[in-house]
Design a protein. Structure first.
Length: 193
């Protein structure tokens, strides 16, 4: 289930707001110029769909977002458990930790979740907005917004990514340890709204 949880940045145990109402989520994020949309996911995609099939299934929405944001490049990223691969736990650890600390980018971070789940944490003044995204969610984080991302301890997701420049999406870490004070995705998801 998609939900938003807002916490003070000094105490991840205090919940200021927790809601699964997607209209409310969009409204709360819009105050910070962060885009949140729900797309129709009723179209059929095979479980092993490749990037071209994923992009074709969402062509109209993808083209609309590209035009609105001037995104020149689009790709599809996928993570799923592979218990046959002995290296998988190490690969997950590396992939997960890569963006688990607060950072900013020189361009927008725009993601549409085709399947699975992931949590974006947005550090907005003295609050943290944890947005747990699932299939059908598009989140647009403007350039310069302090944030981090948790794909979870057992990542499973497919997402469409939008880029303005080939080299624009490089993480600039802030050094703020705020992420350590805030529940991880698997802790947030224990009690659902
Ligand atoms: Fe990021």
């Amino acid at each position: 289930m998609t939900f938003l949880q807002i916490m003070p940045d000094h105490d991840g145990g205090e919940i200021l707001l927790r809601t699964a109402d997607t209209a409310r989520i969009a409204a709360e994020l819009a105050r910070w110029k962060i885009g949140f949309e729900r797309w129709d996911t009723s179209r059929h995609l095979p479980a092993d769909a490749d990037a071209d099939q994923v992009l074709a299934a969402y062509r109209d929405d993808v083209e609309r977002i590209r035009a609105e944001g001037g995104y020149r490049l689009v790709d599809v990223v996928s993570m799923r458990p592979d218990d046959t691969d002995p290296e998988w736990p190490a690969k997950v650890k590396t992939a997960r930790e890569r963006f688990l600390d607060e950072h900013v980018h020189d361009e927008d971070e725009v993601r549409f979740f085709v399947e699975g789940q992931g949590c974006f944490y947005l550090h907005l003044e003295h609050r943290v907005y944890a947005v747990v995204c699932e299939a059908g969610d598009l989140l647009s984080v403007p350039r310069g917004t302090a944030h981090w991302f948790d794909m979870g301890t057992r990542p499973r997701f497919t997402a469409i990514r939008f880029f303005q420049e080939e080299d624009g999406w490089i993480a600039d870490f802030t050094g703020d340890p705020v992420a350590r004070r805030i529940p991880y995705l698997h802790e947030l998801a224990v009690t659902r709204p």
